[in-house]
Write a protein that binds this ligand. Structure first.
Ligand code: 5GP
Length: 222
């Protein structure tokens, strides 16, 4: 009896070149966006965080260069004047901005950049980077829960917490300007949603810059 020969076809996993995308996460303070950002950075090595500059004082649990670059107002103004910031905004009386150079470097290298910025920054980024950006708004499950989370952090003075609660109302009103909205009542579920959004956005045709040559290769072998 003839022996059946099975020819092993070696499968190569093919990576198609793509341009990185800008993933924006916004929410009122306390809705869980920082937790979600940290989870994503840990889980996906193709994503890097855009580290903002800020004139706000550093909190005890924050590290210069990891959470923010804490700078003086005079330096911030210089960066604005020299066009070194992709966007900037005043939030709670402090200034925050996104340095341009690291973002451009990462995108060109096919890496994705995560932005933890407010609605004002998102609007500015959208104007500059329309097709390259995907934006997610994170909603808290309820206002009492938002307040509880802000207090549980116990990082800010009562006056600041009151201010943040008032600002939350303003921030919430911008939810409809975002591409995706997630209600963060369960952090594992919210994180799964963030990963799904990222996976789908990466597959968008226009982001896969290597597709035309890949398809040309396929057609040549027909
Ligand atoms: P926090 O002081 O709690 O770290 O941040 C206050 C708010 O400023 C948050 O809504 C945060 O997303 C926003 N923020 C942080 N960095 C930037 C930035 O570079 N640009 C803008 N527009 N907002 C920022």
């Amino acid at each position: 009896m003839a022996r059946k020969t099975t020819r092993k076809v070696k499968r190569k996993t093919r990576t198609i070149a793509r341009r990185g995308l800008m993933l924006v996460l916004s929410s009122p303070s306390g809705a869980g966006k920082t937790t979600l950002s940290r989870m994503l950075l840990k889980a996906d090595s193709s994503v890097e965080l855009s580290v903002s500059v800020t004139t706000r004082p550093r909190r005890a649990n924050e590290k210069h260069g990891r959470d923010y670059r804490f700078i003086q107002r005079s330096q911030f103004d210089r960066m604005v004047q020299n066009g070194e910031l992709l966007e900037w905004a005043e939030v709670f009386g402090n200034f925050y901005g996104t340095p341009r150079a690291p973002v451009e470097r990462a995108l060109a290298a096919g890496r994705d950049v995560l932005f933890d910025i407010d609605w004002q920054g998102t609007q500015q980024l959208r104007e500059k980077a329309r097709g390259e950006m995907a934006s997610i708004f994170v909603l808290p499950p309820s206002i009492p829960e938002l307040e509880r989370r802000l207090r549980a952090r116990a990082l800010d003075a009562e006056r600041v917490i009151r201010g943040r609660m008032a600002k939350a109302v303003d921030e919430l009103s911008h939810w409809a300007e975002y591409d995706y909205v997630i209600v963060n009542d369960d952090v594992a579920r919210a994180f799964a949603a963030v990963k799904q959004i990222l996976a789908a956005e990466r597959l968008k045709r226009e982001r896969q810059t290597g597709l035309s040559s890949f398809v040309r290769d396929l057609q040549a072998k027909l």
